[in-house]
Structures are given as C-alpha cells and as structure tokens.
Ligand binder design. Structure first.
Ligand SMILES: [Zn+2]
Length: 244
C-alpha cells in the first residue's frame, strides 16, 4: 500500500468520525465526501465515499501496472477518462478483503456505492483484482472467478470493442455466472468448467438472478444485465451506457 492510499484511508476515517453521521445531528443525505490529499503524486483528486471505498485518477504507479496489459498500446481511451477504485468486499470464506478495479470515470461513483452496499450486506465475491494480474487475459481472469472491469479488448469471438474497453462494464463472480453464446448454432459456455452454472434453473451459490442483490443494485444504478440479453447470455456482466 502506498503512502497516498494510507493517507486517503486515514483521512476518510477521521472525516467520518467527525462528521454529522456520528453526532446527534441529522445525517447528511449524501455522505459522499470529497477530499484533496497532499501527496508527491501529480494527481490529488481522491474521492472517498466511505472508509475503504474511494477512487482517484490513474497515477503513474497504476500506469506502470497496466501499460501494455489492460491498457494496450492502441488504447483509444485517455487515462483521464479512467479511475482507479479501492473497495472492500467479503470473500467466499467470509473474510473481509480489499479489491482493486479500474473503470470509466462515468461509473466510478456508481461502483463505490454499489460495492459499499454489497459489502454491508456481506455479499460474497470471490476476488477483485486488476485483470493485469492475469496478464489482461479475460479467459484466465474468468476461469479464476475474478471480478473485473476495464480491459481494452474486443468482445470475445468478435472484432468489435467491448464495453470493458471503455471501462463501462463489469463482470461479477464470472465462474458461477458464465458467458453463453451460440456460434454456428452450437452452445458455447465459458469459462471452461462452468458448464453446470449455465443452467439457471438450478440452485447454486453465487448465482446472479433478478432477486439477487447484485442485480438489484446495478439495475437501480442504470446498468443493464447481460443475463437479460436474447441472442446470448452474459450472466456475469453489467454495463452502463453514457451519453456524452
Ligand atoms: Zn463482461
């Protein structure tokens, strides 16, 4: 953890304790707190939603981690349009963990709010790592059941850019919520090994469905769910369209 991140978290905790939320005064309707940190970094725009849930511009340190991986040489999305997120989550063992995401700045606030609600509800998420830790290989990340967002790539099996390329889509617990397509009329289920979870009539843990908190939070924030698509099913996938 770098000094800036520690500063971000400590500042958030200090602000929260001294905020009206912790006094007799009526809590603020929107507890979103903007904090400018002092750091040696050129970026100083850390937005803290709650302790452990914050986002900021892409720092040089993050650029070094994603350059040539999720942020490919031909990436047309400027760094300024992306945000790095720190969130907390409860893993499959019930343990609290820290997760990292990169997304479009247009959905950064949505994501910290959603992941905060999921954390409060102890919604189990297997892991949340930058896809760069899987060499920006979507197949590998999904096979490892990793939740991730930004990756400059095309839609699997096509030549068109994915919403993930813009940081406007996120895949949640992808092994238990597979991607189902029908190339040449034949069913194809990825990641390999997740075939049993393509049967959405079956009951199993970590299944995203319409009564699931994950579905409810993302749709309430204006995202569409790939499980509602007709020609294919992408049960792990939520995306948001933005108008410029
Ligand atoms: Zn996806």
């Amino acid at each position: 953890m770098n000094n800036k991140k520690i500063l971000c978290i400590v500042t958030a905790a200090a602000i929260l304790v001294s905020s009206p939320l912790f006094s007799n005064a009526a809590p603020a309707k929107n507890a979103n707190i903007e904090v400018t940190t002092t750091s040696m970094n050129q970026n100083n725009d850390c937005i803290i939603y709650q302790p452990g849930f914050f986002y900021e511009s892409i720092t040089d340190e993050i650029k070094q981690r994603i350059n040539g991986l999720s942020y490919k040489e031909d990436c047309t999305v400027p760094y300024e349009d992306l945000r790095y997120l720190n969130v907390l989550y409860v893993d499959f063992n019930g343990k609290s963990q820290t997760g990292e995401l990169i997304c479009n700045k247009a959905i950064a606030q949505d994501l910290v709010e959603i992941f905060y609600e999921l954390y409060q509800a102890q919604y189990p998420i297997d892991k949340i790592k930058l896809i760069d830790e899987y060499n920006a290989d979507d197949d590998l990340s999904c096979l490892e059941d990793n939740t991730s967002c930004f990756n400059y790539r095309v839609v699997s099996g096509s030549t068109s850019l994915s919403k993930h390329a813009l940081g406007l889509a996120i895949d949640i617990n992808p092994f238990y919520n597979p991607y189902v397509t029908y190339p040449n009329g034949k069913i194809r289920i990825t990641p390999p090994g997740s075939e049993a979870y393509a049967n959405r009539e079956a009951a199993f843990p970590h299944k995203i469905h319409k009564n699931d908190l994950c579905y409810q939070l993302f749709t309430a924030h204006g995202f569409t769910w790939g499980g509602n698509w007709k020609s294919l099913k992408d049960y792990q996938h939520f995306q948001k369209s933005i108008t410029k």
